[in-house]
Design a protein around this ligand. Sequence first.
Ligand SMILES: [Cu+2]
Length: 172
Amino acid sequence: MTMMNAMQPWPIISDEAIAFIHGGPLAPQISGYVLFKDVPGGTEVYVEVTGLPDYKPGKNGEAPVGPHGFHIHENNCCEVGDAADPFLCAGGHWNPDGQPHGNHAGDFPPLFSNHGLSRMCFFTDRFKVKDVLGKSVIIHNNPDDFRTQPSGNSGKRLACGVIKPKFITCLE
Ligand SMILES: [Cu+2]
């Protein structure tokens, strides 16, 4: 079923959404997508990305590279901006119910690189697809410690994708 809704930035309501993930200047080889699908009681999230960096252990007080922090951020923006610190326009973590980091609605399990490939599917009851349209998904360089506020100390932003309804219309 399709319908118009003047309060939504999108003309048609869908129960599926997709974010196409593109690597920024720190990891231009990253490519993939995140799918969101309404299911009873919540949403299933499926992610498939390639081109992730290989794991590097932390040395001399530096954080390890990977597993990669993975979150929904609050803004509809994946412009690179500062090439040394990309994707700042995506904003902070999407946090609609004012929770501490570690319990943000868009705090996701980290991505593990299997020679660059990560594939993962999980369920969340924290949102439905309509709630995350126009937000963004970010993959970070470092692991999320799920403690440090406000974003888990997961480091720079390697890749970004804006969450859009999943279908093709003649207007796109
Ligand atoms: Cu993040």
